[in-house]
Design a protein around this ligand. Sequence first.
Ligand code: AMP
Length: 126
Amino acid sequence: MAYSYDNQNIFARILRGDIPCSKVHETAHTLAFNDIRPQAPHHVLVIPKGAYVNADHFARDASDAEIVDFTRCIGEICQSLGITPGDGGAGYRLITNSGDDGVQEVPHYHVHILGGRVLGRMLAKG
Ligand code: AMP
């Protein structure tokens, strides 16, 4: 399976610096910024800097260094937000939408970190 990456997608433009973002964290392989339409008091998007369309593409083609960096970034951001349950935080939810049924809007792999309130059940009915 080969994915075709649209380098005009909004997150590609953020990565190029063409449009601004509210940056939360950055490493060699990963960028995190606040979602422009927050669904919770904390709503951070974590994206790899590499051109990956979705979670499957990232899992297949990203290097070990990219995957480790991305995963650790999520942990570090949750720590810095004070929402990590193991450190007395109240918890959070990670979401990644993929493809049509996942209702993925932006075709650059990203994980949503949501926290700061009780988030309710995982899925609304319907
Ligand atoms: P998804 O449905 O998982 O693809 O969600 C894409 C997310 O990107 C949505 O939550 C949008 O609010 C968010 N988003 C779109 N454009 C921007 C932007 N320029 N800066 C920050 N977040 C954005």
